[in-house]
Design a protein around this ligand. Structure first.
Ligand SMILES: *[C@@H]1O[C@H](CO)[C@@H](O)[C@H](O)[C@H]1NC(C)=O
Ligand SMILES: *[C@@H]1O[C@H](CO)[C@@H](O)[C@H](O)[C@H]1NC(C)=O
Ligand SMILES: *[C@@H]1O[C@H](CO)[C@@H](O)[C@H](O)[C@H]1NC(C)=O
Length: 358
């Protein structure tokens, strides 16, 4: 492990510990995890795509990328560097090299079966085609595993592997020829199944051990309700802040009855946590009948929040934060002036100092 990367990781883990971050293991609650590989390639290099590009994710964390030119797997997170992982990296690199080759062969097979390769070979039309593959596995809460292996061609679902039957499912009629080609090759199907059912969960378990503390941490959300009143419509917005992992359930209830489920918008915060929100329109005056309910693995029980009219709560916070902003502006002003004076006194007469903003 790189000394510096190692130390940075320890610092990060230390900081998480200091924040009172709990882990799923410490809570005695297993949560689902996934290992996913994404492959992509395109036929026209002018579009800036390489013939084969691969990314590997554990949950939402990119941990490996593979470069077609160098034929090497590159670790993308410090925790994946662990000293004892030589064997795992060797296995990952070998796997990716194999998939690099497989991808190119599959790409030609699919294009041949769609009569797209003739055009390519004649060089008649500079039409680009793309192939994407997603494969990997999940370990579910009950410790069972599920594998998946799908192809997308020109941005559409094309073929999906079924480990149980060793068959391929054609998502579109024109994928049938390739399905039949691949089903003739039972060795390949068995290899796919062995990877999905044995190797992939094994890799995932080892990666989870390496990323323990980071990948299984639980950061519960804090929940806030804000109100936006425009002429006829009042909107209540429920926000869940700074939580990990990404999965969250947020719903609005009216008189304790759940309202129709709406999609929760979830975005990464950039610091490894997420925020989510869900809004509801309410008739004016009915705000108090609405409650936002939030469920998250980091919470012992669901959190609820209601909009508080500004009697004391929000008003006091408003005053305090107003004060804080005032003080900050004041301090910034003092600092700016001090700096400017210092610069001015140091600068030669007539030299360009700072724009006079203050
Ligand atoms: C490809 O071309 C052959 C011969 O021209 C034709 O029989 C076949 O239907 C074509 N396949 C597709 C998917 O268009
Ligand atoms: C989950 O399954 C794996 C592989 O079968 C086994 O090694 C592990 O001990 C199991 N874990 C639990 C918590 O049952
Ligand atoms: C799927 O696989 C089974 C068993 O290998 C085979 O009998 C069946 O014909 C296949 N189905 C299709 C639609 O190819």
């Amino acid at each position: 492990m790189g000394q510096r990367a190692g130390r940075a990781l320890l610092l990060l883990l230390g900081a998480l510990g200091a924040l009172g971050v709990r882990t799923a293991a410490a809570q005695g609650r297993a949560r689902p995890h996934s290992l996913r590989y994404l492959f992509m390639g395109a036929t026209v290099p002018d579009l800036g795509l390489t013939p084969f590009e691969a990314l590997g994710y554990v949950d939402d964390q990119l941990f490996v990328s593979y470069d077609h030119e160098t034929r090497r797997a590159e670790p993308r997170t410090p925790w994946a560097w662990g000293g004892a992982t030589g064997q795992l990296w060797l296995q990952l690199s070998q796997g990716l090299k194999g998939w690099d080759h497989m991808f190119t062969v599959d790409f030609w097979t699919i294009m041949d079966n769609l009569n797209h390769s003739e055009v390519m070979k004649l060089g008649a039309l500079p039409v680009s085609h793309t192939l994407q593959v997603i494969l990997g596995c999940e370990i579910l809460q009950d410790n069972s595993t599920r594998g998946f292996w799908k192809y997308g061609y020109d941005g559409e679902d094309h073929l999906e592997f079924c480990p149980k039957t060793l068959n391929w499912t054609a998502a579109v009629p024109k994928a049938r020829a390739t399905k039949l080609d691949w089903e003739v090759n039972s060795i390949r199907a068995r290899q796919n199944r062995a990877f999905l059912e044995r190797d992939c969960p094994e890799q995932l378990r080892r990666l989870l051990e390496l990323g323990a503390g980071l990948l299984d941490r639980l950061v519960p959300p804090s929940v806030k309700v804000a109100r936006h009143a425009a002429s006829a419509v009042t909107t209540l917005q429920c926000r869940a802040l700074s939580f990990y992992p990404q999965d969250i359930t947020m719903r609005w209830m009216k008189d304790r009855q759940p309202l129709d489920a709406k999609d929760v918008d979830v975005l990464p915060n950039g610091d490894g946590t997420y925020q989510g929100w869900v809004a509801v329109s309410v008739p004016p005056g009915e705000e108090q009948r609405h409650t936002c309910q939030v469920e998250h693995l980091g919470l012992e029980q669901p959190l609820t929040a209601t909009w508080e009219p500004s009697k004391s709560g929000p008003l006091v916070i408003g005053v305090i934060s107003g004060l804080a902003v005032g003080v900050t502006v004041l301090l910034a002003g003092v600092l700016f002036r001090t700096l400017r004076n210092r610069q001015a006194s140091r600068a030669a007469p007539g030299a360009y100092v700072l724009a006079n903003l203050g």
